[in-house]
Write a protein that binds this ligand. Structure first.
Ligand SMILES: Cc1cc2nc3c(=O)[nH]c(=O)nc-3n(C[C@H](O)[C@H](O)[C@H](O)COP(=O)(O)O)c2cc1C
Length: 382
């Protein structure tokens, strides 16, 4: 019996969510919205992802304010028009694909905003070329050559809290099943957490309590209005001496567990160009394992997990509760089908595709070679 293809229930104070299996599509920015509005690209991409056979699909970092976009093309949910566009496109995608739980990542880019899309180089956009002044905990640029962001006032932090809460309500209206707060990869919430980016001397800076205050407040704000699982994505380490680290992450995850979080999603890095990352298969899973062992909070692991056996082992060895893939699903949107075939699991698919499902294929092909499968040779029944 495959662990990867066993259901998993995310518990929440006000409504649990059962995932049909334990692999998750990690959030991936598409940089393709029109002024934050979902469009045909999202319809196509989401339909594709909902047909991947995942246990849950996490929609890309979605900006809670226009200033909080990474690029001008980032998806937004900062007003009703954007929330409605997101909901309409999601509804249409859902009509074309099997029921898959959908989570959304609510995000603010902080000092990493006002950037070009990666395929345009990803550099900072100048103010006189359509860029904007970014907000951040402190007026420290991400890289020395970049324009410094503006340190947020206490009033702007209050506005941000309202923006996250409003976004969570719009997500609920759009039919979203779960929310992930983006506290990783050097974006605004991570900037508040890390002493490398947060040098405030008020209640939102200084010691661990001060630097984690915003994340803790936002978790409480969003949980108060969203009926369903709410979790947080964290970078377990900055990979820089003197930065945010694994013990900070365990402590915050412990707080989140006690506050009723449904999951924590453990990634690493992103807050400093000085980071030195020892990239290797599954290199971030030990951090997830540490959080899971110390806190018992549902833990999602991610990062260079590409093989079904590797994903299965991370679960059976108790490293993580759920495993997320990003690039592997863009490379092969049927990764889940292949994994199900390899591990003896089942996945759902649109009826048009069902005859190609691994379980069906196995039974059809049992007494014949794959090249002479009935389903591959009978166009009259197509
Ligand atoms: C195209 C692309 C877009 C991404 N966008 C996001 C994002 O919106 N939010 C986020 O937290 N991580 C984002 N990531 C990081 C992934 O979620 C994931 O953590 C990372 O790619 C490592 O997983 P992988 O080795 O399976 O690709 C993105 C990655 C890619 C490749």
């Amino acid at each position: 019996m495959s662990q990867l293809f066993s259901p998993y229930t995310l518990s929440a104070a006000n409504g649990e969510l059962t995932l049909p299996n334990r692999w998750v599509i990690a959030p991936m920015c598409q940089y393709s919205a029109d002024e934050g509005l979902a469009n045909d690209w999202h319809l196509t991409h989401w339909t594709n992802m909902l047909n991947a056979g995942a246990g849950m699909f996490i929609i890309e970092a979605t900006a809670v304010s226009a200033l909080g976009r990474i690029t001008p093309g980032c998806l937004g949910i900062w007003d009703q028009q954007r929330g409605d566009a997101l909901g309409e496109h999601l509804q249409r995608a859902r009509r074309l694909a099997p029921a898959t739980p959908v989570c959304i990542q609510l995000a603010h880019a902080g000092r990493k905003g006002s950037s070009e899309a990666p395929w345009r180089g990803g550099g900072q956009i100048a103010l006189d070329d359509g860029g904007w002044v970014c907000q951040a905990p402190s007026a420290l640029p991400h890289a020395p050559h970049e324009q410094a962001p503006q340190a947020m006032s206490l009033g702007e932090i209050d506005d941000l809290r309202q923006a996250f809460q409003d976004a969570a309500q719009r997500a609920a209206q759009a039919g979203i099943d779960a929310i992930e707060l983006h506290g990783a990869h050097g974006y605004l919430l991570h900037q508040f957490l890390s002493p490398l980016a947060n040098q405030r001397d008020d209640d939102y800076g200084g010691d661990w309590q001060g630097r984690t205050r915003l994340v803790r407040e936002l978790f409480a704000d969003v949980s108060a209005v969203f009926k369903g699982p709410v979790g947080v994505r964290l970078s377990a380490t900055d990979w820089v001496e003197g930065g945010w680290g694994p013990e900070d992450t365990v402590r915050l995850s412990q707080w989140l567990r006690e506050a009723g979080a449904s999951f924590v999603h453990i990634s690493t890095a992103g807050v400093s160009p000085l980071q030195k990352i020892p990239v290797a298969p599954g290199f971030q899973l030990p951090f997830a394992q540490q959080v899971k062992a110390a806190t018992g909070l549902t833990t999602i692991g991610v990062g260079l997990v590409t093989e079904p056996d590797q994903a299965e082992a991370a679960l059976t060895q108790g490293q993580v509760d759920l495993i997320a893939l990003a690039r592997g699903v863009l490379f092969n949107p049927r990764w889940g089908w292949s994994a199900a075939a390899a591990l003896g699991g089942r996945v759902q698919a649109s009826p048009q595709y069902q005859r190609a499902l691994p379980a069906n294929a196995r039974s059809i092909c049992k007494i014949k070679s794959a090249s002479s499968c009935t389903h591959a040779k009978s166009p009259s029944k197509a």
